[in-house]
Structure formats: structure tokens, C-alpha cells
Design a binder for this molecule. Structure first.
Ligand SMILES: C[S@@+](CC[C@H](N)C(=O)[O-])C[C@H]1O[C@@H](n2cnc3c(N)ncnc32)[C@H](O)[C@@H]1O
Length: 271
């Protein structure tokens, strides 16, 4: 799949799943917002930009700290959702690889779970560098590799056992590129940032019966959903059952599934 196709694939996907993403993943990705805003030193009066803002969680968390915020996302459905969930904040349509802001507009920029979805993540980092003031900070989060992000591991294991990963889609491996701490550090340095710092932040995907990670990624995801939709109906049924079986190990006393999905938090600043 070429780069233009990849961008179109992502765009079409996010336009479709804005509401389901909010329902399934909103309570997950917001768990790392405080750590990200701490890394960015966002406080009262900070000029903050949320890139690939989705339903607007990070911008809203920064606004609650008293920051002056803007959010940008290339999906109309996501921007509409963000405007509805957090009225009064400045969400607009725009491409992370061509940010609609002048040079030096912000003191801090966060990309919460956006990096794996960009056709050219290096261009997005270069754009963040451009719109930051000298001394400004960048931070991004991505989900940890599947050996730690248990919900994804369950789905991938079931696909390998009962289906196929040999489909005409962006390879799942590229989704986890920045889960590699060294790769994240190198990308920040290559974009001109200094003093990169990488760490892991705990997060858990909490789901109520009958939902499992299968349903979360099938309904609220883009790339994993496409991989599942490329399976035969018979394989898909076996995959759903296998995930349901493995997920039971994470059932809590209150009846919910609580599945570890930590993230990698990378940050740096513009000298
Ligand atoms: C996994 S969601 C993350 C949403 C939100 N930041 C969060 O933390 O939950 C990825 C978001 O990236 C957006 N996105 C993907 N590629 C983009 C691009 N090139 N420019 C702007 N937004 C993009 C999608 O529309 C989607 O809202």
C-alpha cells in the first residue's frame, strides 16, 4: 500500500469510527494525559497544541490546567465530536504533516496516540518543531509493543492461530514502530529536538461484558479492524471466541475486564 493510499485508508477509517473510538478507547488514552502534560510542563497560560486531537481529550485536560489550547485533526467526524464533547475549545481540521499555524505559535505540543497513523511521522515531527517557540516542548504517546499491550497481543495471537496476517494492508509491525524506545528517541533527535526522554506509563483497557478487545478494535479501531475484516467469516468467529477465552483471565471481581495496555511516552524540547 502506497503512502497516499495509506493516508486515505486512515482518513476514511477515522471518519467512520469517531463515536465508537470515543466509547471504547476514550477511557484508555486519557489515562496517560496527566503524565504527558507533566512532561510538557503545561500549566496556566501555556500555549498548547493537541495534534491528532481525536475527540479532544488532551486539549481538554490542558485547558483544565489553565492552558490556552488548540486542537487539530484531519478527520471531520473527530473534530465535530471534539467540538460537541468539549465546546468552547479551539478544534480545527488540519493535517499533522502540514500544520495550519505560523512558526513559533506554541510553547508545548502533544501528540496523543497519533504517530502510528501518519503516513510520514517525520514530517509531523518537523511541523511540530516549526510551530514550537524556542524552549518549547514536544511529547507523544504510542501504545507499548504487543508483548506489553495485552489487548492487542490477544487479538494478534488469535489472528495468527485462526486466520491470516497476509492481507493487502499496512503491516501491523509499522503500527508499533515508535513503541521501540530507541526509535522514538532517534526520531526526536533527527527532527532537531534535544534531550529526548522516553518512559512507560501504565494504562488499562476496561470493558464490560460482552465486550472483549476483539470488539474494541473491531468497532473503534482502524488498522486492526481492517485486518479483522479481511478474515473469512469462519476464521473471524474462531478469532472472536479465542479472544473471549483469553480475556477471561483479566475479569475482575466487579465483572469487568481490566486489560493492561501501557503506553510509551516520549518527550524532548526545542533548544
Ligand atoms: C488513535 S486516535 C487518537 C485520538 C486522541 N488523540 C486520543 O489520544 O485518544 C488517532 C487520531 O489521529 C488522527 N489522524 C491520523 N492521521 C492524521 C493526520 N495526518 N493529521 C491529523 N490527524 C490525523 C485521526 O483522525 C484520529 O483522530
Amino acid at each position: 500500500m502506497g503512502q497516499v493510499d495509506f493516508s486515505a485508508f486512515e482518513h476514511e477509517g477515522w471518519e467512520r469510527v469517531a463515536q465508537a473510538y470515543h466509547e471504547y478507547f476514550g477511557d484508555l488514552t486519557t489515562q496517560s494525559s496527566p503524565a504527558m502534560l507533566d512532561a510538557l510542563r503545561v500549566g496556566r497560560g501555556a500555549r498548547f497544541l493537541d495534534v491528532a486531537s481525536g475527540p479532544g481529550y488532551l486539549a481538554a485536560a490542558a485547558a483544565r490546567r489553565g492552558a490556552d489550547v488548540a486542537g487539530v485533526d484531519f478527520s471531520f467526524a473527530m473534530v465535530e465530536k471534539a467540538r460537541r464533547v468539549f465546546p468552547g475549545l479551539g478544534f480545527r481540521i488540519g493535517d499533522a504533516e502540514d500544520l495550519p499555524f505560523p512558526d513559533g505559535s506554541f510553547g508545548a505540543v502533544g501528540i496523543s496516540f497519533g504517530m502510528p497513523h501518519f503516513a510520514h511521522p517525520e514530517r509531523a515531527l518537523a511541523e511540530v518543531f516549526r510551530v514550537l517557540q524556542p524552549g518549547g516542548r514536544i511529547a507523544f504517546t504510542v501504545l507499548a509493543a504487543p508483548d506489553k499491550a495485552v489487548g492487542f497481543a490477544m487479538v494478534l495471537k488469535a489472528i495468527k492461530e485462526h486466520g491470516t496476517t497476509d492481507v493487502a494492508l499496512p503491516p501491523v509491525a509499522t503500527f508499533f514502530r515508535f513503541s521501540d524506545w530507541e526509535e522514538s528517541r532517534r526520531a526526536l533527535l533527527d527532527a532537531g529536538f534535544v534531550q529526548p526522554h522516553v518512559r512507560e506509563v501504565e494504562q488499562n483497557l476496561v470493558l464490560r461484558a460482552p465486550d472483549t478487545p476483539f470488539h474494541a478494535v473491531m468497532r473503534g479501531g482502524v488498522r486492526f479492524a481492517a485486518l479483522l475484516n479481511a478474515q473469512t467469516p469462519a476464521a473471524l468467529e474462531l478469532i472472536e471466541q479465542a479472544v473471549a477465552h483469553d480475556a477471561e483471565a483479566y475479569r475482575t471481581d466487579t465483572g469487568e475486564l481490566r486489560i493492561p495496555m501501557p503506553c510509551v511516552l516520549a518527550s524532548a524540547f526545542k533548544a
